[in-house]
Design a protein around this ligand. Structure first.
Ligand SMILES: *[C@@H]1O[C@H](CO)[C@@H](O)[C@H](O)[C@H]1NC(C)=O
Length: 314
């Protein structure tokens, strides 16, 4: 709790409605349990430490430049960067400036590198090989097992079978992580970053230790009478949320209700991460920083709120 408390906001809540079922003694003094059920890495960065290629999680923005030609791999790369979707520790999709994915032409039949796919498949999946003693120097292996090489200022092909790291090698690139000092570190990054084998254990360790019954005891003893608990949309599909999210957050929420009741506290549920991400921030559950919540997600979002309301009303 020491970790959590110093980032909590004390909220004074003034309700204008009263429920016939539960008597409300207004106002409440409540505290926000940030990072408890929706990961916000800045509150506990150490949970992100233990992964291979830890700097290349979903949402890492990179500029990839041919050292030989001193030209960027993708066009219009002067401002932001191309965005990684992580498949596993060494394999990625690259989402470029127009939201499309870099891949091989003709659905992977060709060797020319293009960025035309709206959803990534095998032909948009690349392995990144980093130079052992200089992780900014990379080569990219295409799904046809050949390395990308620059042919000219406007042509990149996946047809290089050689090796080597020299400056004039057309398959060698320099990768700069643009958002290195402000990386995305949310629920998507932690679960997908650890991968399906480890993520469940990491998240269960977190839920079992970050906020415990002792914290509810502490809060109520110190005069707080409510908590606000942020949840993510995937909680409505617990215990089998879509990958990479892992099951168990609903049980953690149930525990919080049990403890709140025991210590005479109220709970405010806050749908903090809506499907598609309402804001592209860490706490919005985004994969890559794009805000893609919109009309098409309204029904899903209402269903999540209905789910929570039904569950908590029993
Ligand atoms: C990563 O994913 C690729 C593509 O699915 C696969 O070929 C490779 O074996 C995986 N590597 C690891 C370390 O799991």
């Amino acid at each position: 709790m020491a970790n959590a408390l110093w980032v909590l906001n004390i909220l004074a809540l003034y309700f204008s409605v009263s429920s016939p079922k539960h008597s409300l003694a207004l106002p409440y003094e409540a505290v926000n349990l940030g990072n408890s059920l929706v990961t916000e890495g800045w509150m506990k960065p150490s949970r992100f430490n233990d992964k291979p290629n830890n700097d290349l999680l979903d949402g890492a923005q990179v500029q990839i430049m041919s050292i030989k030609l001193q030209k960027y791999l993708t066009a219009e790369n002067s401002g932001g960067g191309d965005i990684f979707w992580r498949i596993n520790e060494s394999t990625f999709n690259l989402r470029v400036f127009n939201k499309q994915f870099m891949g091989l032409e003709n659905q992977g039949e060709g060797t020319k590198v293009v960025a035309v796919a709206n959803t990534p498949g095998n032909s948009e999946t690349f392995q990144i090989v980093r130079k052992e003693d200089d992780g900014t120097r990379i080569r990219l292996k295409a799904p046809n097992r050949q390395f990308l090489q620059v042919k000219s200022e406007s042509l990149v092909m996946a047809d290089y079978g050689g090796s080597g790291w020299e400056d004039d090698n057309p398959s060698v690139f320099r990768m700069t992580i643009v958002n290195e000092n402000n990386p995305l570190r949310g629920e998507y990054q932690i679960t997908n970053g650890y991968g399906p084998d480890k993520a469940s254990r990491i998240m269960h360790d977190h839920w079992n230790s970050y906020i415990t019954e002792q914290d509810f005891n502490f809060m109520s003893t110190n005069g707080l009478d409510a908590v606000r608990i942020p949840v993510g949309w995937w909680i409505a599909q617990d215990p089998t949320p879509p990958r990479p999210f892992v099951g168990g957050s609903l049980n953690a929420l149930d525990n919080a209700f049990t403890w709140a009741q025991k210590y005479g506290m109220k709970v405010i549920i806050d749908l903090h991460a809506a499907q598609g991400s309402q804001n592209g921030n860490d706490h919005g559950g985004t994969r890559d920083g794009y805000q893609e919540w919109g009309d098409s997600y309204i029904q899903d979002t209402v269903r999540v709120i209905d789910f929570l309301a039904r569950r908590l009303n029993t």
